[in-house]
Design a protein around this ligand. Structure first.
Ligand SMILES: Cc1cc2nc3c(=O)[nH]c(=O)nc-3n(C[C@H](O)[C@H](O)[C@H](O)COP(=O)(O)O)c2cc1C
Length: 183
């Protein structure tokens, strides 16, 4: 394993995606090579130009054409930041209709380490399918960081108490990088 393993930071279409540049800066400082990939919905939230400037790589959001070469190095690990209600549920059912889902489904099949931080609002988190999807992902070995007491309120743009788990994500990824690079 190289000293700077490759982490695919996968953005879905939720507000925390707008904060990815500062998180990616920290991950680069922690010793990762970072590739940013976004769902089509996430392209409305992420600053792709800034992420590309930071990582030195293009931000991909769609499947490439068959004749095009891969522009990103192969992934050693994945972080889904944030994981939307939509993508969590589609992923748990093996749907691959975005590049992000295709990459995540392959990663499950390859047994790659994946950490996901789902960020539905509190109402969506209580939808009957959502806990089942999270349980399915966990059964496959995906690390799901989810505190249902700290999710946004659907009736307010700025809910009190909603806290995206940036620190837990970074701590998890630091430990993962240490495991990947040791020996
Ligand atoms: C302003 C705005 C904020 C949104 N925030 C979230 C969010 O935090 N979490 C979520 O699960 N969906 C959120 N959505 C809905 C998703 O963007 C929508 O379900 C989209 O289809 C997700 O696509 P994706 O899973 O492919 O990224 C938001 C939508 C808008 C317009």
């Amino acid at each position: 394993m190289p000293a700077r393993p490759v982490l695919y930071v996968i953005a879905c279409g939720g507000r925390p995606a707008a904060e990815l540049p500062s998180f990616v800066e920290r991950l680069l400082g922690d010793g990762w090579t970072v590739c940013a990939v976004a769902t089509p919905a996430a392209t409305r939230f992420v600053d792709a130009a800034r992420l590309s400037e930071l990582t030195g790589l293009p931000v991909r959001s769609d499947y490439k054409r068959p004749e095009e070469p891969d522009v990103l190095p192969p992934a050693d690990a994945f972080a889904v930041v944030p994981a939307t209600f939509n993508t969590v549920n589609k992923w748990a059912h093996g749907i691959s209709d975005t590049l992000v889902l295709g990459l995540l489904n392959e990663a499950v099949g390859q047994g790659r380490p994946i950490v996901a931080a789902p960020w539905p609002n509190a109402a969506l988190a209580r939808h009957p399918v959502f806990p089942r999807s999270v349980a399915e992902l966990r059964a496959w070995g995906v690390t799901v960081l989810l505190d249902t007491d700290r999710l946004p309120n659907p009736d307010s743009d700025e809910p009190s108490g909603a806290t995206f788990p940036w620190t837990d994500l970074r701590d998890h990824l630091r430990s993962l990088r240490a495991r990947l690079t040791e020996g």
